[in-house]
Write a protein that binds this ligand. Structure first.
Ligand code: KIV
Ligand code: ZN
Length: 499
């Protein structure tokens, strides 16, 4: 069995493509969860792209030990200098530098001749090697490049000191046979390929990213790059959880092992979805709400007789424990702590006491409490906003017209204001804007229930933008959808730097 390195780019290719800015604390929270998941390499950002990314890479480099922390650069000296500075405190730093290699990118985007591209690539690797030993080279749009040219540039960057070579299908054009063939060809033709790790990096434009990555592994790649929930540019990147579980389910076929703790997959997926505000479709492989549900009578009959009739993966393996206890207002702290423990949450006595009060309040409102409710309670537990919601009063006046009066605690002060809007949520958001004295642009709003039943919790997600800055995500939950929406808006405002 050879080791397969799992390279997570949720915080770089994932985040960058959504137009969302995660703040440093959010990136750190995701990174700590990726650490629990057993990821080998975290690509923390593109430091030269913004001060925020620089700060995030610097923070992760300082805080996350025992794994490789990587930063992306173009094949540009200044980018590499900034990245090296951001990675200065990393225990295991990696610079990921590269350049486009396909004819269309070289001619039309870069306006470089192939020789200039080779020269720039080699110079970038040599420059990065001055700072770190571990240098990964990406050949952007490799799948659409001339294979002979790809061999030439890879031999040169490896000779210059690259330790990993990344073969991206940047535009998601490959299908598994072609991508596997390209990796086999490079394994056979690049003279010094044995001295480096070959990496896959696939995009999902044709829905093939997972299959292409697996084909690459079959052909000899020892690193797979991707994101949690497959978030990323356009149709997304390779879903790491899918690759990991395909290899888990068919170990002997792939002949590789990973350091992944599969039981952390569900928790990681939930965290990334909440922090990025990108929902996971219910039918999504491995992490979708229905991924382990059996709906049809024939299937239900089968799994009741023998689970493996219709179940290829035990849900407990990905961190979805089977539930034997029904939680309700009659449940005590012990049962609550027990179920939270099974779901991967460890609480101190104080935290449990605080949560138990909210649990009882919710159980009184909705009867049975499902795992999804517990995740919702835990997901937003203890997050203190600078601005606290004290009261909301809403009245609707016919259709598409409402008035809201909102009272907020801002620091020591209690402030109240009212506004009209096209509906209750719009009126509440406008009243809040009046209280804080800022106009924030609401770009996206969604509301979903966290679980089953008419008394379920509403989970509101907003995406807002202030003064042309980047998108900020806010989340709020409550049995009252207006309150959930208000909390989500306040959660987003708390992350904005109003300057
Ligand atoms: O898709 C791509 O080519 C990339 C590189 C920058 C690694 O994301
Ligand atoms: Zn990419």
């Amino acid at each position: 069995m050879r080791k397969l390195y799992i390279f997570d780019t949720t915080l770089r290719d994932g985040e960058q493509s959504l137009g969302i800015t995660l703040n440093v604390n959010e990136k750190l929270e995701v990174a700590r969860q990726l650490e629990k998941l057993g990821i080998d390499i975290i690509e923390a950002g593109f430091p030269a792209s913004s001060p925020g990314d620089l700060e995030a890479v610097r923070t992760l480099a300082r805080e996350i030990k025992g794994m490789v922390i990587c930063g992306l650069t173009r094949a540009v000296k200044k980018d590499i200098d900034v990245c090296a500075e951001a990675l200065r405190e990393a225990e295991q730093p990696r610079i990921h530098t590269g350049i486009a290699v396909s004819p269309v990118h070289m001619e039309k985007k870069l306006r470089f001749s192939p020789d200039e591209v080779v020269e720039t690539a080699v110079a970038a690797v040599i420059h990065a090697k001055k700072y770190v030993n571990d240098v990964e080279f990406y050949a952007e749009d490799a799948f659409r490049s001339d294979p002979a040219f790809l061999v030439k540039i890879l031999e040169k960057v490896i000779a210059a000191g690259a330790t990993v070579v990344n073969i991206p299908d940047t535009v998601g054009y490959a299908t598994p046979w072609g991508y596997g063939e390209l990796i086999s060809f490079l394994m056979a033709k690049v003279k010094n390929i044995e001295t480096v790790i070959v990496s896959t990096h696939c995009h999902n434009d044709l829905g093939m990213a997972t299959a292409n990555s697996l084909a690459g592994v079959m052909a000899g790649a020892s690193q797979v790059e991707g994101t949690i929930n497959g978030i990323g540019e356009r149709a997304g990147n390779t879903s790491l959880e899918e690759v990991i579980m395909a290899i888990y389910a068919q170990k002997t076929l792939y002949g590789v092992n990973t350091a992944i703790n599969t039981k952390e997959i569900a928790a990681t997926s939930r965290l990334v979805s909440r922090i990025t505000g990108v929902p996971v479709p219910s039918h999504k492989a491995i992490v979708g709400a229905n991924a382990f549900m059996h709906a049809s009578g024939i299937h239900q009959d089968g799994v009741l007789k023998e689970k493996t009739t219709y179940e290829i993966i035990n849900p407990e393996v990905v961190g979805i424990p089977r539930n034997l206890i029904v939680l309700s207002a009659r449940s005590g702290r012990h049962a609550l702590r027990h179920r939270l423990g099974e779901l991967g949450y460890q609480l101190t006595q104080d935290q449990l006491d605080g949560l138990y009060a909210r649990f009882l309040q919710l159980a009184d409102q909705k009867g049975e409490i499902f795992d999804e409710d517990l995740h919702a309670l835990m997901g937003l537990n203890g997050r203190q906003n600078r601005i606290v919601l004290k009261n909301i009063a809403v009245s609707t006046n016919g259709i598409s017209s409402a008035t809201a009066t909102v009272t907020l605690g801002v620091g020591e002060e209690t402030l109240t204001d009212a506004a009209c809007g096209t509906g209750p949520v719009d009126a509440v958001f406008k009243a809040i804007d009046r209280i804080v004295g800022k106009t924030v642009k609401l770009e996206d709003y969604s509301l979903k229930s966290t679980s089953r039943g008419s008394e379920t919790l509403g989970h509101a997600t907003v995406k807002v933008r202030y003064a042309g800055g980047s998108l900020i995500v806010g989340n709020g939950i409550s049995t009252d959808v207006i309150e959930a929406s208000t909390k989500a808006y306040l959660n987003a405002l708390a992350k904005i730097n109003f300057g």
